[in-house]
Design a protein around this ligand. Structure first.
Ligand SMILES: [Zn+2]
Length: 137
């Protein structure tokens, strides 16, 4: 039985959670503000959920997207569900900027430029956290 990283650990800084899913912020200096919405159960695909659960999960994804947009005003939001390495349902909510390391490619693509890595400053991280918490109640 292989271990699952998202069953065994939060997967980032815990920002919000209920019985169904959680929101974490990933500390990634190339993509400040990168968040994940992670189902609490070990489920492989969106289509393994019933319609109600699919909608419930996406409503959290969209709330996080809104909070990231309002707080960080990125050029673009990337939503992604891959899970090839960790087949436990999770959505990436990634703020993108023209000057980020891989723009306009996906963040998992080849690097396009050298950048000065910069973690989200503490004040902005707090604003993002409270914006997400406010939207999710
Ligand atoms: Zn898992």
């Amino acid at each position: 039985m292989s271990k699952c990283e998202l069953c065994d650990s939060p997967g980032g800084e815990l920002i919000w959670q209920d019985a169904f899913c959680r929101v974490v912020r990933v500390e990634d200096v190339d993509y400040p503000g990168f968040c994940r919405v992670i189902l609490n159960r070990h489920v492989r695909e969106m289509t393994d959920l019933d319609n109600r659960a699919r909608e419930q999960l996406m409503s959290v994804v969209f709330a996080v997207e809104e909070a990231v947009r309002e707080t960080l005003q990125p050029e673009k939001i990337n939503l992604a569900s891959l899970g090839n390495m960790t087949p436990h349902l999770h959505w990436h909510v990634i703020p993108r900027y023209r000057q980020d390391r891989t723009f306009p490619n996906p963040i998992w693509g080849a690097s396009r430029r050298e950048t000065v890595a910069a973690a989200l400053d503490a004040a902005t991280a707090r604003r993002l956290k409270s914006a997400i918490q406010h939207k999710l109640g």
